[in-house]
Design a protein around this ligand. Structure first.
Ligand SMILES: Nc1ncnc2c1ncn2[C@@H]1O[C@H](COP(=O)(O)OP(=O)(O)OP(=O)(O)O)[C@@H](O)[C@H]1O
Length: 238
């Protein structure tokens, strides 16, 4: 069992606060979904967690081990993997080569192909020639081969057809069911809430909702209000 615990985290961009006093948890077997309008600070939050940008205050811990001052490589070795926005494949390498460069000791290429059998048929194809959905499968599979405890995923569905998004969501649910802790930033709110366990909604850098995915899914009006900048954290979430 692994647990990412983020406490009182603040992150600045160009010296302005973009993430303010965020508390959240992601744990083995569960998907924590992070929702929020454009500019709410979701990508900044993930970049601060994986160490792409420095944090201004607060703590980031995996299984009690604090990482907020560690370099990205150390955070990765401690079990944090970040699937960034924009499908960052090595375009000139084949699918198989892309996977191989991420292969950590103890990981097995078969795990990647078991998660996405679609990639097996495309193993000798250059990544630049894969479809958007296949490229997204590839970056998720690559992250898996680093043997993470906690997987951060940033808007994996951007620009993809609904049928592909559903396929990706099913795969991410399976990863959580197999024991990973997943923190999923997503724009397809309804779909993310249908596979997630715990939901966080961010507005202007702060968490304005912390509660059950199922509960929020049943309250589209509440979700809409939160997206528009609601500031109350519901009592049952505390
Ligand atoms: N490199 C940067 N330098 C300065 N400000 C930035 C930078 N990147 C983002 N910001 C600002 O930080 C705020 C949060 O942006 P961020 O991308 O984290 O939000 P987001 O919730 O992920 O939005 P989106 O859904 O549009 O990706 C925005 O006001 C944005 O303009």
């Amino acid at each position: 069992m692994s647990r990412l615990v983020v406490s009182n985290l603040s992150i600045n961009r160009a010296e302005l606060p973009v993430v303010t006093s965020v508390d959240l948890i992601a744990e083995s077997g569960a998907i924590s979904v992070v929702l929020g309008a454009n500019g709410a600070g979701k990508t900044t939050l993930l970049e601060g967690l994986s160490g792409i940008i420095p944090v201004a205050g607060g703590t980031i811990a995996i299984d009690g081990r604090e990482l907020q001052n560690a370099r990205p490589g150390t955070r990765s070795r401690e079990g944090l993997a970040h699937v960034e926005q924009g499908r960052t494949v090595f375009r000139q390498l084949t699918t198989d080569e892309n996977l191989r460069v991420s292969l950590h000791p103890g990981a097995d290429m078969a795990e990647a192909y078991a998660l996405f059998p679609e990639l097996l048929q495309r193993r000798a194809v250059k990544a630049s020639l894969l479809s958007g959905g296949e490229q997204q499968m590839l970056v998720i599979a690559r992250a898996l081969l680093t043997r993470p405890k906690v997987l951060l995923i940033d808007e994996m569905s951007a620009g993809l057809a609904p049928v592909i998004v559903t396929r990706l969501m099913t795969a991410v649910r399976k990863l959580a069911d197999d024991g990973l802790a997943v923190l999923l930033v997503e724009q397809f709110a309804a779909l993310a809430l249908s596979i997630g366990n715990r939901a966080y909604v961010m507005s202007r850098g702060r968490v304005v909702y912390d509660g059950d995915c199922a509960k929020l899914r049943q309250s589209p009006d509440e979700l809409h209000r939160l997206y528009l900048g609601g500031t109350e954290v519901p009592a049952e979430a505390n």
